[in-house]
Ligand binder design. Sequence first.
Ligand SMILES: Nc1ncnc2c1ncn2[C@@H]1O[C@H](COP(=O)(O)OP(=O)(O)OP(=O)(O)O)[C@@H](O)[C@H]1O
Ligand SMILES: [Mg+2]
Length: 276
Amino acid sequence: MHNSAEKPIINRYQTFGIVGRPVIQGNLDVSHGTVLYMEDVSVSFDGFKALNNLSLYIDDGELRCLIGPNGAGKTTLMDVITGKTRPDSGSVYFGQTINLLEMDEPAIAQAGICRKFQKPSVFENLTVFENLELSLKAGKGAWATLFATLDAEQYDRIDEVLEIIAMTSLRFQPAGILSHGQKQWLEIGMLLAQEPRVMLVDEPVAGMTHQEIDRTAELLLSLQGKHSVIVVEHDMEFVRSIANKVTVLHEGSVLTEGSMDEVQNDPRVIQVYLGE
Ligand SMILES: Nc1ncnc2c1ncn2[C@@H]1O[C@H](COP(=O)(O)OP(=O)(O)OP(=O)(O)O)[C@@H](O)[C@H]1O
Ligand SMILES: [Mg+2]
C-alpha cells in the first residue's frame, strides 16, 4: 500500500499539519538562541481582546515566569502556543522555521511542546513507574505498541526522570496514594519522559504545602538548559524563588519584562496589581 517513491516516510521527525501535508520536525532551528517566537498575536472572544498584539520570545533552555492579574491572558497565551486556540492575527514559530499556526494540537505536542494543566491527571491505579511508561510510549505516538516491553533506552529514560522528580523510591507505589505535590511532580515527570523541548506549566504550586512548593522550585530550576519552561503562577514568593526573567502580562499584552526586582518595582506593574 505504501509506495515510498510517492509517499513521504513518516518517522519521529515528521508529523502532519492540519491540512494534511507533512511538516518536517527535524529542522527545529534555534541557531539564534530563541525557541519560541510570538509576534503581534491577537485573540478575541466576542470582540473582547484576550490577547492584544502580544509579542514574546523565549530563549532555548530558559525558565521564564509569566505573571499578571486575573484575566491578563496568560492561559490564552498557552492555548495559542499549544494550538488549542487560533489567533485572529500574528505569528507563532517554534524555532525560526516551524510555523505552529499550521499545526494542530497533536502535531504541536508531537513536535516537542507540551503542557501541564493545573489538575494532576495521573492514572491512580497504576504505579508511578507505569504512569511514566505509558506517557513515554504515548508521547512517541506508539499507541499500537503500548503493550510492548520497553527497550533499554526507554528504561534509562524512566530512571532518569524518576531521579529528576526525586521519586525513585516511590516507583512501585500506586499513584493513587501519592500526596497532591507528588502527583504534580509525577505529572511533570510524565511530560519529561517525552523529552519536550518546551514545557508550559500553569499554576503548578496551587494547593501545595510550603515544603512541596520549595521542592517544585528545585525541580523546575533543575530543568534549565535542557528544556525551555514557561511557568504561570500567582504565588509571588514562589516566582521570586525561581525567577530569572519575568514577563508581566496585562490586558492581553506584555506590560514589561525583567528581573523579579525590576518588575516588582515598576510603577506600572504596581498600578496594575493594586487596581485589581
Ligand atoms: N473561551 C473563552 N471565551 C470567552 N472569553 C474567554 C475565553 N477564554 C478566556 N476568555 C477571557 O479572556 C480573558 C483572558 O483570560 P485568561 O484565562 O487567558 O486569563 P489568565 O491571565 O489566565 O487569568 P487567571 O490568572 O485568572 O488564570 C479573560 O477576560 C477571560 O474571561
Ligand atoms: Mg489562567
